[in-house]
Design a protein around this ligand. Sequence first.
Ligand SMILES: Nc1ncnc2c1ncn2[C@@H]1O[C@H](COP(=O)(O)OP(=O)(O)OP(=O)(O)O)[C@@H](O)[C@H]1O
Length: 303
Amino acid sequence: MPDDFALTATGLQKSFGRKQAVNGVDLAVPRGCIYGVLGPNGAGKTTTLRMLLGIIEPDEGERVVLGARHPRDVSDRIGYLPEERGLYPSMKAREAIAFMGALRGLDWAEGRRRGMEMLEEAGLGVAAGEKIRSLSKGMAQLVQLLGSMVHRPDLLVLDEPFSGLDPVNQEKLEQLILAERDRGATILFSTHVMAHAQRLCERLTIIAGGKRRFEGTVDEARALLPMRAHLVPRSGNGGARALLPADAVADRDGFDFRVPDEGIEPVLARLIESGHGVAGLSIERPSLHEVFVKLVRDAESGA
Ligand SMILES: Nc1ncnc2c1ncn2[C@@H]1O[C@H](COP(=O)(O)OP(=O)(O)OP(=O)(O)O)[C@@H](O)[C@H]1O
């Protein structure tokens, strides 16, 4: 494996009975990068992550994780937040973190010390001595997340880490992920919430129907769809329609349309020369959410 990659996988395939969950996924995750595995429900994200971690074996394909022949050989260097959350309900938060660290080879006392420190840094110091069963679901999830980081892993794999968290805790989680990246870790996380991916990911893969539909940066993904313009003619919506691109749709105060390949300038020139004028114009890049929906719909329709 080239040293610049924390993880590579080629041609991963997995079936459960007659259901093909993953059908030939390739991944190359650069070291020190925040990498998103995006896909709709049932796309094969969890199955892909489990194969990468060696929890299940692929039917076909290869994966090299942190240079190892099998992911289990480097499990002490990996942190993992599984999709099914769960900590021992009778453990106190600080101990639950130390326990998760101990499972990855961290000294118990050091785990407790770091656990306390991490809880305080995350603004959860008050929860340190509380039993897991008395914490809210979101708080318990954050404790489990801290537990997956306590041994300072080189690779952190988080399966749908944002689900179940309120907006304040989602923000906290974004900060924790960025801090782990700044520490030097590689972070691989799955999600179907595009706003987090758009803000965090340096690279991403979109999976749908068990296959890879896109790989690249957020900017490259957003460039897959044309920019959109919202234009307000000074003369109102009346006579300007005929001067706009054919796909222009009128809304309350103007028109929405795809920016033509030749640019927006000819449209503006026509409106100005004809005396309709331009009272307002905004041009927006499509969001990752819009690109995701398009790619998933194309995949569903077999495009
Ligand atoms: N152990 C299993 N036995 C049978 N089918 C399975 C098993 N695990 C996954 N599947 C099926 O494989 C497909 C992919 O599932 P997977 O959980 O990997 O998708 P996902 O992208 O993580 O979905 P979600 O976002 O809903 O969690 C689904 O159709 C799922 O029902």
